[in-house]
Design a binder for this molecule. Structure first.
Ligand code: AMP
Length: 347
């Protein structure tokens, strides 16, 4: 399994990656953890990265890529890995692609953990990590159990990450939107992207995640993960998300209904006109055939039949012209009404 977990800070990448590690025995490679470790050990790299991390900015690509190269070359990554928090921009994704293709181990899939920003705030402000075992908890949604279950049967020694304060969180979310979000399209184009709903209970999210990863039993058992859906554009007034938008939508629907009704009535009139022409021609032909010899009658009615046919064609032509003529005007009417509603809404 060679997997990238993509998602905003707080979407649960770390927590779900830990569950995958436990079940599939492949390492979680978190650039955030590697950087925090370097900062704690006060290495040159750590000192360089610290300022960017404290400000909620991305650390320089060169530093992160050097760390990733070294980490993926270790033996425990030979069977697979879960990348968490990497790549974070297109340059990193390109570099990862090159590195993995040189290693002959391309990615199997990329899973986007999709979540609402409001939920993210709660998750990030409630997040606590154990100093000893590095397990991640949330005081609101996933508190450590009452029983001490840290290393050596001790209670967890929890701390809050310095970059989990509100100001830094806002900045990290902005950075995610600007630099990391484009990776959704990047991996969708490469047909590697799966999207899962990352809200809800941990185990439910985990079940969705497993179903999204090719090769897992859950994926094989048939229940398919949600297809990669496009993110809805940001809500704007008049776009169907407010009362005003609803009015516009209603008006458009009404105009379309009117147009359909008009087209239907034209079709009906045309059909009945054609039928009456046909009926008249047949009647006349029959009367003539009865009056004179069949051959003479046939000859006599031939021009009539031709006239009937051409009349039918003319009716058809006129009807189609009428349809064409009505359609644009109905559309124009609809457009005008919509424009009027939008103007009203803006006012
Ligand atoms: P995380 O634990 O993934 O939320 O990362 C914490 C911080 O580490 C981020 O806010 C960045 O400052 C830095 N960081 C982690 N991963 C990367 C990366 N791939 N590229 C650049 N900076 C990173």
């Amino acid at each position: 399994m060679r997997l990238v977990l993509l998602g905003a800070p707080g979407s649960g990448k770390g927590t779900q990656a830990q569950k995958l590690v436990q079940k599939y025995r492949i390492p979680q490679v978190s650039t955030g953890d590697l950087l925090r470790d370097a900062v704690a050990r006060k290495t040159a790299l750590g000192l360089e990265a610290k300022a960017a991390m404290d400000a909620g900015k991305l650390v320089a690509d060169t530093i992160v890529l050097a760390m990733i190269r070294e980490r993926l070359a270790r033996p425990d990554a030979a069977r697979g890995f879960i990348l968490d928090g990497f790549p974070r921009n297109v340059a990193q994704a390109d570099a990862l692609g090159t590195l993995l293709s040189k290693m002959g181990k391309p990615l199997d899939s990329v899973v986007l953990m999709d979540i609402d920003t409001k939920v993210l705030f709660k998750r990030l402000t409630g997040r606590r990590t154990c100093r000893r075992c590095a397990r991640v908890f949330n005081i609101y949604t996933n508190p450590p159990g009452k029983k001490p279950d840290c290393e050596g049967g001790r209670t967890h020694d929890l701390f809050q990450r310095p970059d989990d304060n509100e100001e830094t969180i806002s900045h990290r979310l902005e950075v995610y939107e600007a630099q990391t979000r484009p990776l959704v399209a990047y991996y969708r184009r490469r047909r590697l992207l799966k999207v899962i709903d990352a809200t809800g209970e941990l185990d439910d999210v985990f079940a969705r995640l497993e179903r999204a990863i090719p090769g897992t039993d859950a994926a094989k058992s048939g229940k398919r993960a949600a297809p990669a859906r496009r993110r809805r554009p940001a809500k704007r007034p008049g776009k169907g998300n407010t009362m005003a938008g609803k009015t516009v939508k209603k008006t458009v629907r009404k105009a379309v209904r009117m147009e359909k009704k008009a087209a239907k009535s034209i079709r009906k009139t045309t059909r009945s006109a054609a039928k009456s022409v046909k009926r008249a021609t047949t009647k006349l032909g029959k009367a003539l055939r009865r009056a004179v010899k069949p051959t003479v009658a046939d000859r006599a009615t031939a021009p009539l039949r031709a006239a009937g046919k051409s009349a039918k064609r003319a009716v058809k032509r006129t009807a189609s012209k009428a349809r064409k003529a009505t359609r644009p005007s109905a559309a124009k009417r609809a457009k005008r009404t919509v424009k009027k509603s939008v103007r009203k809404v803006r006012r």
